[in-house]
Design a protein. Structure first.
Length: 282
């Protein structure tokens, strides 16, 4: 009887798990394997590496990862400390602060795109009507367009990571700060000697997660600059979509995505290592 009961449980477990296995095979395993097969054409990489736009795209991706992510996370850490104060006007300000993250992404980025329009945009019209100066062509110069992408990216995702770090900051025992205050460690000293050490693991984990998500970020560049001017602000995510659909070369588009693996794999390994450390410490 025990043997029959055990086989009966295995049978029904297989029946109930079969739909999930089928979905996983169809929508995860198959697309990944098919994409790797499409990206196995060496001619696509020869075409890709001979294109100067690709190397500019790699630099833009690194710029968004290094400057955009770190600027966002540093500001999030500082703002988490700021919003922790219990003043009523700061709590009201926090509700306004999280709106960029709460509002849907695409309408926000489309609005920012038109705000940056050199002739009709809100920013240049404000500069002209208030200060009497001509605003720069924000989206017509590669440096200004890429800078606009970075600023829009930070503005959109800063509230989310501030909220995460604020939750981590609230988990730090208040007794530590009270004991430090007795020794004269308040304000900036308490921030550097208590907050940063206690928040280090969470901060590193959030930064690595943010890097992974940023590598797949398509909306920011597409809706802010469209990859322009003259294809100078593309990142790997948008260039892969452009090559696969606009040019009509799926193999080349997949090749672009695969070249992001040297960035994705180390970040994933570091993230897994960080998770193991956190689990061991717990």
């Amino acid at each position: 009887m025990p043997g029959r009961g055990g086989s009966h449980e295995i049978f029904w477990s297989a029946i109930f798990s079969a739909p999930y296995v089928v979905v996983f095979l169809l929508f995860v395993i198959y697309p990944v394997c098919y994409g790797l097969w499409m990206g196995s054409d060496l001619a696509s990489y020869e075409t890709l590496f001979s294109d100067p736009i690709y190397f500019r795209t790699v630099l833009n991706t690194l710029l968004l990862l290094i400057v955009g992510v770190n600027l966002k996370m540093i500001l999030a850490l500082l703002l988490a400390e700021f919003f922790l104060t219990g003043r009523r006007w700061i709590r009201a300000l926090f509700l306004v602060f999280i709106l960029p993250w709460a509002v849907p992404t695409i309408p926000e980025f489309i609005s920012i795109h038109w705000m940056l329009d050199a002739q009709w945009g809100f920013i240049n019209n404000f500069l002209w009507n208030v200060f009497g100066i001509m605003g720069p062509p924000w989206l017509a110069r590669p440096d200004l367009a890429m800078g606009s992408v970075v600023v829009a990216y930070v503005w959109k995702w800063l509230p989310f990571w501030t909220l995460i770090l604020l939750a981590g900051r609230m988990a730090i025992p208040r007794d530590l700060y009270e004991a430090a205050a007795v020794d004269g460690a308040t304000g900036v000293k308490a921030f550097f000697h208590i907050t940063i050490p206690m928040m280090r693991k969470l901060y590193v984990t959030c930064t690595l997660l943010s890097m992974l998500w940023t590598l797949g970020d398509y909306n920011t560049v597409h809706f802010i600059s469209g990859g322009g001017p003259v294809l100078s602000t593309h990142v790997l995510a948008t260039l892969g979509i452009r090559d696969a659909f606009e040019i009509g070369d799926p193999s080349l588009g997949v090749a672009v995505v695969i070249t992001a693996l040297p960035l994705v794999i180390p970040i994933m390994l570091l993230l897994m290592r960080q998770f193991r450390r956190d689990r061991a410490a717990a």
